[in-house]
Design a protein around this ligand. Structure first.
Ligand SMILES: Nc1ncnc2c1ncn2[C@@H]1O[C@H](COP(=O)(O)OP(=O)(O)O)[C@@H](O)[C@H]1O
Ligand SMILES: [Mg+2]
Length: 253
């Protein structure tokens, strides 16, 4: 029995094999040109399907992560700021902390590369098959507080379930609202219990975090759980943003 091209395409659609559909014509031409044994062509087609699935999965993980760019450690100029904790950044990038349920706290001055490193680690994690959620803390918390209860439970799930949650620029506006503090408490408690990692970046020193939470028992329990089982990475030195702006002004860029 032979099938027409349309029938083959329909069968491939029914079997959900878009990778094979995409390369079939090329593989047939290749087989004819090389007088290739059937099994060799079959293996190539299987590999095309597997490759296609991997790419689609990775793309989907990137989209759901909420990351807006794909920074890497290769883009990072380690010479610009010798005070950046290089060793700890690479340790974080191994992603061992995710399996171990350890948190990463990237703390220090603005423009020193905290978000860049956090995003690079998060992006790498999506490529390695981890589910990741990246949010800018202030706007995500504000969005959550204004949402309907139904929407809130959906938003909460997107921050509770992934293997890694990144809270970028926590306490940017210093004091957070009571609603935001409650959300933070839920996130920290439930992820702590499930041994799921959180990466936090902040321009604010950890000693002041209690103040921004309102200095009560709730803030103590949040901080205890966030800091217990965590790796602190202190970012010091000059701002890359300011460095670039200065170069532009002096015409060196
Ligand atoms: N050492 C560096 N090498 C290359 N780019 C850097 C470096 N440090 C910071 N940047 C870039 O400068 C900008 C500000 O860095 P960012 O990570 O947002 O700083 P922070 O989060 O500490 O305020 C980003 O575009 C980032 O990619
Ligand atoms: Mg930042």
């Amino acid at each position: 029995m032979t099938m027409s091209k349309t029938e083959i395409e329909r069968a491939l659609r029914e079997l959900r094999l878009p990778g094979i559909t995409a390369t079939l014509e090329t593989r047939i031409l290749q087989a004819q040109a090389n007088s290739q044994p059937f099994l060799e062509t079959f293996c190539l087609l299987l590999q095309d399907e597997i490759d296609g699935r991997r790419t689609r999965l990775t793309e989907r993980r990137f989209k759901t992560s909420g990351l807006d760019e794909r920074p890497t450690l290769t883009d990072f100029d380690w010479h610009f700021n010798p005070k950046v904790p290089r060793h700890a950044c690479f340790e974080l990038h191994t992603l061992k902390f995710i399996s171990e349920g350890i948190n990463g706290l990237l703390i220090g001055k603005p423009g020193t590369g905290k978000s860049h490193i956090a995003k690079a680690v998060a992006y790498h994690a999506t490529l390695q098959g981890f589910d990741v959620r990246y949010v800018e803390a202030d706007s995500a918390f504000a969005h959550y507080c204004l949402a309907s209860p139904k929407e809130q439970s959906k938003l909460l799930a997107t921050m509770l379930e992934p293997d890694l949650l990144v809270l970028d620029d926590l306490f940017l506006a210093r004091r957070i609202s009571d609603g935001a503090a409650e959300l933070l408490q839920t996130l920290v408690h439930r992820r702590y219990k499930a041994r799921r990692s959180i990466v936090v970046t902040s321009n604010r020193v950890v000693e002041d975090w209690g103040k921004y939470l309102g200095d009560n028992t709730m803030s103590t329990t949040i901080l205890d759980r966030l800091i217990h089982r965590s790796q602190l990475l202190a970012f010091e030195g000059k701002s890359y943003r300011l460095g670039q702006a200065a170069e532009r002004l002096t015409g060196k860029a």
